[in-house]
Design a protein around this ligand. Structure first.
Ligand code: DX5
Ligand code: ZN
Length: 224
């Protein structure tokens, strides 16, 4: 039964004690750290840049999964690579040159991801799918944590996981937004390899308790 990787999104962490929250998440057994970079143009929110990636790099050895919700991401790929990102994901909708951006990420020695928003056809990923290390399906409209999972995403996960099997079995399918104990099994069984989880991990109870609740629901249903 393939392991579901959990990537906590720091967007919903307490930024007044970010280092502690990351160490709490690491102690709780998360696999990656997901960093949501937002520029206030591609999405109606503004978060952080390479400086925060550098700071996070100093407090954990977990893979840093940087999600660029910014226009013209080519401008900053080197900065995020040098800041310590391991995975760098750009949005198909954010640049006319997604292929070149993916190539640049790989030339920088990093794992390359391509993300699509909920209304973007799945077919947009296909020309690059053979070259991707990661394909990210947004299961909320990007910009904010704490939103509801868009139910139609499950069929998109299933279709993408199937396409990946014969086009690029090494490419990971990541699902981002609205992941909760109530829907994580459905997302896993549809074929997701990585789930990004923000509010369901960092809100209300200690991360370890939330993590246990989340994973308890994944494997309870048996192999996919
Ligand atoms: C939204 C971000 C997501 C979000 C996940 O644009 O990409 O990573 O922070 O947070 P939750 O799990 O609360 O939806
Ligand atoms: Zn994200």
């Amino acid at each position: 039964m393939p392991k579901l990787l959990v990537a906590p999104s720091i967007l919903t962490a307490d930024f007044a004690r970010l280092g502690e929250q990351i160490q709490e998440a690491e102690a709780a057994g998360v696999d990656w750290i997901h960093l949501d970079v937002m520029d206030g143009r591609f999405v109606p929110n503004l978060t952080f840049g390479p400086l925060v990636v550098e700071a996070v790099r100093r407090v954990t050895r977990l893979p840093l999964d940087v999600h660029l919700m910014i226009v013209e991401p080519e401008r900053y790929l080197r900065d995020f690579a040098q800041a310590g990102a391991d995975w760098i994901t750009v949005h198909f909708e954010a640049t006319p040159h997604a292929h070149r951006a993916v190539q640049q990420v790989k030339e920088l020695g990093k794992r390359a991801g391509l993300a699509i928003n909920p209304a973007t056809p799945l077919e947009s990923l296909l020309p690059l799918l053979p070259e991707l290390d990661l394909a990210l399906l947004m299961s909320v409209n990007p910009g904010f944590g704490g939103q509801r999972y868009i139910p139609g995403t499950t069929e998109r996960i299933r279709r993408l996981a199937g396409l990946r099997e014969h086009m690029n079995p090494a490419c990971l399918v990541e699902v981002d937004g609205g992941i909760k104990p109530e829907n994580v099994a459905e997302v896993y069984r549809a074929g997701a390899d990585v789930v990004v989880v923000g509010s369901a991990l960092f809100n209300n109870r200690p991360v370890a308790e939330n993590m246990e609740k989340l994973l308890g629901r994944v494997y309870a249903v048996g192999p996919r």
